[in-house]
Design a protein around this ligand. Structure first.
Ligand code: NCD
Length: 301
């Protein structure tokens, strides 16, 4: 199959810009690209502009670009090393970086930063996380993982727990998985619950959502368990009084289910479960590469 055609302007800013047809094509293309190295993107330059820490997102984008023969320029610590320190606006930085690269991958602590940046960017721009807003490419690799591990996404019961208020991977995942009629259970303490407006908007669009403080009410029928760490950089809450996924909880999780996480993990996932075959988070992190290879191809060819 050839590259997936993206509607132009080809920015990736929010999970809500993807319909099922486009998402299916990207997932299929990613599956074809697993393990591939070629020179399709030779001569293209990707700029990774990261104003917040990252391990997986930045390095899997860079690995994806290298595997397609492209090249990379990087400001991996842009809040310290870019001209932001001198008071330059994000818009000016994007205008300039857009002259040095064919595509920009941006991570920024402010919600909506990517939308603002895309307005002035002369090249395709990818939102690699904007504060507690969205993380659309993480959602793509998340649903790629669900399909790869469980065969399909349709109708799956996804149990999200931990920090559902400040996590940006959660809203993007819920948006994309809703295209496949996934069902959601939200398990959190009141302070870390998903914003009521978001829950209401999802319900109004027909998404099936259960909210509970007790994981035991929903674990028996779970297909995907998705704990998230408290986003300490965005809240004063320091302790996740919610769910800890440990051996005791794994005993109650169905055999067919998987445990996913965008990583990094903190105290919400006990390392003692790592060797359980249902643990998918490291395979999930690896899936970032083929998914981003498919996306770069779609945006740059
Ligand atoms: C997530 C993020 O940055 O939002 N990490 C990632 O991209 N894989 C989750 C997190 O930092 O907790």
């Amino acid at each position: 199959m050839s590259a997936v055609a993206m509607p132009r302007p080809a920015h990736v800013l929010t999970a809500s810009q993807f319909d099922r047809e486009l998402t299916d094509s990207l997932l299929q293309r990613a599956a074809e690209l697993e393990g591939i190295r070629d020179n399709l993107l030779a001569g293209k330059i990707m700029a990774t502009l990261f104003y917040e820490p990252s391990t997986r997102t930045r390095l899997s984008f860079e690995s994806a670009m290298v595997r397609r023969g492209g090249e990379i320029i990087s400001a991996e610590d842009a809040s310290q090393t870019s001209s932001a320190v001198k008071g330059e606006t994000l818009e000016d930085t994007i205008r300039v970086v857009g002259c040095y690269a064919d595509l920009i991958v941006l991570r920024h602590p402010t919600v909506g930063a990517s939308q603002r940046a895309a307005l002035v960017s002369p090249v395709p721009l990818i939102n690699a996380g904007d504060g507690s807003g969205e993380h659309p490419t993480q959602a793509l690799l998340d649903i790629y993982t669900i399909k790869r591990e469980l065969g399909s996404i349709d109708g799956k019961h996804i149990v999200l727990c931990g920090d559902l208020r400040f996590s940006r991977t959660v809203p993007s995942l819920v948006t994309l998985a809703s295209l496949y009629n996934a069902r959601f259970s939200l398990v959190s303490t009141p302070e870390l619950a998903m914003a009521p407006e978001m829950v209401e908007a999802l319900r109004n669009s027909g998404t099936h959502i259960v909210e509970t403080a007790d994981i035991n009410e929903v674990i028996r029928d779970c297909d995907v368990l998705y704990p998230t760490r408290v986003q300490e950089e965005r809240t004063d809450i320091r302790y996740n009084a919610g769910v800890v996924v440990d051996n005791a909880l794994m005993q109650r999780l169905p055999e067919r289910a998987i445990v996913m996480s965008p990583l990094p993990r903190r105290d919400e996932i006990a390392p003692e479960i790592d060797n359980d075959p249902r643990v998918a988070y490291f395979r999930q992190a690896a899936n970032g590469v083929p998914v981003r290879m498919a996306l770069l191809e779609a945006l740059l060819t």
